[in-house]
Design a binder for this molecule. Sequence first.
Ligand code: ADP
Ligand code: MG
Length: 263
Amino acid sequence: MGSCRIRRTDAIRYESGDLGRLPAAIRYSTVVRMSDQHEITIRGLERRFREGEREHVVLDGIDLDIARGETVALRGRSGSGKSTLLNLIGGIDSPDAGDIRVAGVDVTALTERERTLFRRRHIGFVYQAFNLVPTLSVADNIRLVLELNGTARTAADTRIAELLEAVGLADRADSYPDVLSGGEQQRVALARALCHEPAVLLADEPTGNLDDQSAETVLTLLDKLVRSTGGTMLIATHSNSVASYCDRVLELHNGRFDRDAGQ
Ligand code: ADP
Ligand code: MG
């Protein structure tokens, strides 16, 4: 967070024209820091999996910058590496080569324990299969994330109530996941993913198991809730309609982006 403040100060200096009076070396480092305003920066990312004798190159040297507050759709056929890329950004998996910077943190330099803490604090995940804890009520599914982040009980209660209201499930706080429809479970999963106001929301085929109507509801909510907090979102999807909610669409093909990744 400290580095964010430095960047803002630099931007103000730049606007006020002071930058021109600084020595070249400092000007250069200032420019580097200012270009670091991306929430996600990826350079030379490689991920390979071995299948017997054969090595399968899933990500083949990817570069990507995603600005803070930007929402990006990640498309590509099944097996093209969408989930692999999301898992690397979220610190669930680690790459064979390359750098990943998320929310100012060099994710590739973290130990496994540090990656867990990083993920807990900065990342929200939404999965195709909802992945709610079946033995916990709707409210307690969300509470679990807040507790892991050290949120006090009363603040957690308020936040849970706000979020359930926002996703239209205020009356289902005490229900268990198995009595909810798919669309309702995914709305709980959205509330859970966003409750700690993560810097980055990663959604892996979030509408893949939903009918069209529920998918539309979930997408509208995702878009609204993520934008309202200024969060950055990356959604892996097959669907054209998901892509239309996003600022940018990237196509993964043969381990690379087919289209310009906007750099
Ligand atoms: P997508 O999400 O685009 O469908 P994935 O990222 O799940 O694609 O998978 C990309 C490729 O990597 C697939 O061929 C898959 O079999 C392979 N893969 C993913 N994870 C593993 C793993 N842990 N071990 C071996 N192969 C894997
Ligand atoms: Mg996938």
